[in-house]
Design a protein. Structure first.
Length: 122
């Protein structure tokens, strides 16, 4: 039993996906291209600074693509890459797990869901 180890690839993936807000950002982008302001409206309590940081990290990992439209004013949108869209079944399974096991939200969890549309199916 002592010689069992966690796969380094799994560890790296979970380190990225397990960061606060990352899963919600991916979930928001599963429905299509979004502007920065659209994402902030979909995820209450997510600061602009944190969203920018998470989007940069996801872009660096090849999960999110930043699209700049050369208009006046410049328009920037974000979308999932093929690599990012492949997370959809994972996100769906997390939603099913949450639906099964979270019968109520603790005050800490419900704070981020007050007065907002759910990004999940519930």
């Amino acid at each position: 039993m002592d010689d069992l180890k966690i796969c380094p690839k799994f560890e790296a993936a979970f380190a990225l996906l397990g960061q606060r807000w990352t899963g919600l950002i991916i979930r928001a982008l599963l429905s299509g291209q979004r502007r920065f302001s659209d994402i902030t409206q979909m995820i209450p309590h997510l600061s602009d600074r944190m969203l920018a940081e998470r989007l940069k990290a996801l872009e660096a990992e090849g999960i999110v693509k930043r699209i700049v439209y050369p208009e006046t004013p410049v328009r920037v949108e974000y979308e999932l890459t093929d690599k990012g869209r492949e997370l959809e079944p994972v996100m769906d399974q997390v939603q099913k797990w949450a639906d099964k096991w979270y019968h109520y939200l603790s005050p800490e969890l419900s704070l981020s869901h007050q007065n907002s549309n759910s990004l999940g199916d519930s």
